[in-house]
Design a protein. Structure first.
Lengths: 84, 152
């Protein structure tokens, strides 16, 4: 099980701020994860309509989409940041 | 290694109090630069901004960026405070105070922290408009990404 956390419009479109999921073994990278989630429903498909816009954090550190997610306890998925 | 002061909080902050806390007892500091980011009304279009953050990661990223700045500019002190929640026009959003022996390092340190904070610290702004609607999420600006190139 891995904990997924969503923020800003990713959170709003999916309709939840976090969930725990069992991921299939075929999901090895951030790219795989987004593709897998996109297939879970229309709300996910809407959130991940533009996958390259999505930022990924593994265990609260930024990573590229091609990074493996095998060591992840928590994966954050969110839009580009607009703080400051 | 100078330890930065990092806070993510709902409450407002007082720049004078934070500056005093940063410089107290350190007589090698010759320059202090404080940057404050405020909420704009965008010509009375906005009633407020709602600031969302990733708890834990927001503080960790701010601490990482602060550490880079301290090392790069030999800062003698650094404070970064970012607010979350609803902030109305005129309200304070973010504070960065950099202290150094000389002014250029203090200016550059504060500038560097703000540039990286805008693009790497997990905060998001949602607009609430004066006509009562919850508006759109603020879009990331290419200019903010471009600003990073000056530090390479």
């Amino acid at each position: 099980m891995v904990k997924l956390v969503y923020f800003a419009w990713v959170r709003e479109r999916i309709g939840k701020d976090e969930e725990e999921l069992d991921l299939p073994d075929t999901v090895k990278t951030g790219t795989d994860l987004i593709a897998h989630l996109t297939g879970l429903g229309e709300n996910y498909a809407e959130a991940f309509q533009f996958p390259k816009a999505i930022r990924i954090a593994i265990n609260q550190e930024h990573v590229d989409h091609h990074e493996p997610i095998s060591d992840a306890r928590e994966i954050g998925l969110f839009p580009p940041m607009t703080g400051g | 290694m100078v330890a930065p002061t990092i806070r993510v909080q709902r409450e407002d902050f007082d720049t004078a109090i934070e500056t005093e806390a940063l410089t107290a007892g350190c007589t090698d500091i010759g320059a202090v630069v404080a940057f404050t980011g405020l909420c704009r009304s965008e010509g009375n279009r906005l009633a407020a901004l709602e600031l969302e953050h990733y708890p834990g990661m927001a503080e960790a990223e701010m601490r990482r960026i602060a550490g880079l700045a301290i090392e790069k500019f030999d800062l003698l002190g650094l404070t970064a405070i970012h607010r979350h929640g609803r902030i109305e026009p005129g309200g304070q959003i973010v504070l960065v105070i950099a202290a150094a022996s000389h002014r250029q390092a203090a200016f550059d340190g504060a500038n560097f922290v703000m540039d990286f904070l805008k693009t790497a610290a997990p905060f998001w702004k949602k607009e609430h408009s004066t006509d009562g609607k919850a508006g759109d999420w603020v879009a990331a600006r290419d200019a903010d990404d471009a600003a990073l190139t000056k530090w390479q």
